[in-house]
Design a protein around this ligand. Structure first.
Ligand code: SF4
Length: 461
């Protein structure tokens, strides 16, 4: 049997989908490249932006029509899972009663089992619901779809399977978030923070290293708050203890993490840069906004000055560190003065990369109750101005690398083909260079020949 998985959203969703794919593979399923001949079609969808949800609704409409056009007996099971399933899954099923199942964001480990059972029952001509005991429970009924958005507190503990061991692998260390930023739907759909036991995470990384992985990215909504539920040992935060333990794993050459929160960026975490040799000289640290008044309205419990202090201390420890960020422009009540404060924080931090979003209210969040009073054209202008700032800093950063020799982890063939491989520097710059495919998965040294804002052209050194 074959399963087709389509994933939208952040790296947490990607990681969940990878676990699900590995679970299917362990049950003897093949992973299909297209939905056309799949026995199960699973859409893992993000709920962070309304626009993303609308795209998924469009996709589901197309999938359902394609399914109805298939000859009888060849019907694939269609499932919607993840944050969007958690948020609006029941509504979606009332719109598309042809959907077979909805599994919320705390049901990830159960998805393959549910889909398999539905397909088996359909093939045996028995219809699918109700599913047997132990397979989750139906928590809503619209049409005859199986809808379970209940909380399984042990779900996140089971997300540890990998389809393969890529050179660079994602590892979830926690789920959920308790920060309650006023614009964010994540705490509602993913629940409060829960950290995995450190021993489980280390075992998973050791297994990846044995199979060839060289770099791990530790994932969490507020990854540097990892283990705040556990007692601290020796006065050291559990996140820093985790980094130190991963640093000791043989075969792992590089460590990254995303996304940290400025409020949990402790002195000992700053000191880990430059002292843990595997910790890469790169950090993605969301600023969100450079005006304290707006940060307060966002319920982000730090000040812009604190953020800039972290960046400056990181740069002192590791002068070549690359820093990227997330920014939202056009938040309710944002004035031109607020924008200028952000522009100045943006310049001072010297971000090499940034994801800049125009604010749009998200139903179900506190900020959706605030007047969305910055006109759309003003949001676009502010967005474009920050992108202009970013272009200058990232061009200058990448340009400064021309002529230097950099270590890259060779991830595989580049999209452009023609014998060109893609690798990333420790500072997370993408480098493209001609090399044999046999180098995939190893560290190589390349000389940078030229640079654009997004990539480095290089040759093997
Ligand atoms: S820290 Fe804020 S923005 Fe990030 S997931 Fe938690 S609530 Fe959302």
């Amino acid at each position: 049997m074959k399963v087709y998985l389509r994933t939208y959203g952040c790296q947490m969703n990607e990681r969940d989908s990878e676990h699900i794919a590995a679970d299917f593979a362990g049950r003897g399923w093949e992973i299909a490249d297209s939905p056309d001949d799949a026995d199960a079609i699973i859409v893992n969808a993000c709920s962070v932006r309304e626009q993303a949800e609308l795209k998924v609704v469009g996709l589901l409409g197309r999938l359902v029509s394609a399914r109805l056009a298939r000859p009888r007996g060849g019907l694939p099971a269609i499932g919607l899972i993840g944050c969007m399933a958690q948020n609006v899954g029941a509504k979606i099923v009332s719109k598309f009663p042809e959907i077979d199942f909805v599994a919320g964001s705390r049901k990830t480990a159960a998805v393959a089992g549910i889909a398999e059972e539905i397909v088996r029952r359909r093939l045996a001509g028995r219809g699918h619901p109700p599913l047997p005991e132990g397979m989750g429970r139906r928590t809503a009924k619209f049409s005859d779809a199986f809808v379970d958005v209940s909380d399984d507190p042990s779900d996140f503990l089971k997300i540890d399977k990998h389809l393969s061991a890529p050179p660079s692998a994602l590892v979830s260390v926690m789920q959920g978030c308790q920060m309650n930023c006023s614009y964010c739907i994540v705490p509602k759909v993913r629940g409060a923070q829960r950290s995995r036991p450190m021993a489980d995470i280390l075992r998973e990384i050791e297994r990846l290293a044995e199979r060839g992985t060289r770099e791990v990215t530790l994932l969490g909504q507020v990854v540097n708050a990892y283990g705040r539920e556990f007692p601290r040992e020796g006065g050291i935060s559990n996140f820093v203890r985790l980094l130190r333990a991963v640093n000791e794993i043989g075969g792992i050459e590089r460590i990254r993490f995303t996304s940290p929160h400025p409020s949990y960026f402790s002195d000992e975490l700053i000191d880990s840069y430059g002292s843990l040799e595997k910790l890469c000289e790169y950090v993605h640290l969301p600023l969100q906004w450079g005006s304290d008044a707006i940060l307060k309205k966002m319920n982000r419990p730090y000040r812009a000055g604190r953020f800039l202090d972290i960046v400056s201390r990181l740069r002192k420890r590791v002068p070549n560190i690359s820093v990227s960020t997330d920014i939202i422009v056009g938040f309710p009540g944002e004035t031109e003065e607020d924008f200028e404060l952000t522009r100045s924080a943006f310049r001072e931090a010297g971000f090499d990369m940034a994801f800049i979003f125009r604010y749009s209210p998200r139903a179900g969040t506190p900020s959706a109750e605030m007047p969305d009073d910055v006109p759309e054209e003003e949001k676009r202008r502010r967005n474009a101005e920050l992108l202009g700032e970013l272009e200058k800093t990232s061009r200058a950063y990448n340009g400064s690398l021309v002529g230097s020799v950099q270590e890259v982890l060779v991830e595989g063939p580049a999209r452009r083909g023609e014998g060109v491989m893609m690798g990333r520097t420790r500072t997370h710059r993408k480098a493209l260079f001609k090399a044999p495919e046999s180098l995939a998965g190893s560290l190589a040294r390349v000389r940078v020949l030229s640079a654009t804002t997004t990539a480095l052209e290089a040759e093997l050194a």
